[in-house]
Design a protein around this ligand. Structure first.
Ligand code: GTP
Ligand code: MG
Length: 151
């Protein structure tokens, strides 16, 4: 089953939005496979955002991600990478639709509270960067037969 890396950034943690954000993924029907609270170093943040290193906001972005606790998670479910980003909404909260996490809970692009992997390769790399394989917990949830059906 598909997996994605989701992180609540320091602004989301400090604003007390952890439960609200987790609840949206949980209620959708996705399954939590790993979770931990960490303060990344700036070097780690640079690794996470390496694709953006030429962008003018890169340094500020890495300073920000390493400025406090980040809630790192792995979520599993059919289509979770793409649909997870739909739940998150557009990068710039000025453009995210109401009903999305950023649309409902954030105002500016530099403080958009949540990260989600943007494709299968990125998801694989980000999960490997943030988690040891032993930190991922595989289990069957009783809700699955109601979420996916059986046959
Ligand atoms: P992530 O899920 O955090 O990776 O966001 P994204 O995939 O929607 O956007 P992208 O990967 O392009 O950018 C990563 C992060 O850089 C964004 O979430 C923003 O916090 C920040 N960012 C992107 N564009 C801008 C910008 O124009 N200005 C500033 N200040 N920050 C930006
Ligand atoms: Mg991105």
């Amino acid at each position: 089953m598909e997996r994605t890396f989701i992180a609540i950034k320091p602004d989301g943690v400090q604003r007390g939005l952890i439960a609200e954000i987790i609840s949206r993924f949980e209620r959708k029907g996705y399954k939590l496979m790993a979770i931990k609270l960490v303060v990344p170093t700036k070097e780690f943040a640079q690794k996470h955002y390496h694709d953006l290193k030429e962008r003018p906001f890169f340094d500020g972005l890495c300073d920000f991600l390493s400025s406090g606790p980040v809630l790192a998670m792995v979520w599993e479910g059919e289509g979770v990478i793409k649909y997870g980003r739909k739940l998150i909404g557009a990068t710039d909260p000025q453009k995210s639709e109401p009903g999305t996490i950023r649309g409902d809970l954030a105002v500016v692009v530099g403080r958009n509270i949540i990260h989600g992997s943007d494709g299968p390769e990125t998801a694989k790399d980000e999960i490997a960067l943030w988690f040891e394989p032993s930190e991922l917990v595989s289990y069957t949830s009783n809700a699955e037969k109601w979420i996916y059906g059986v046959n």
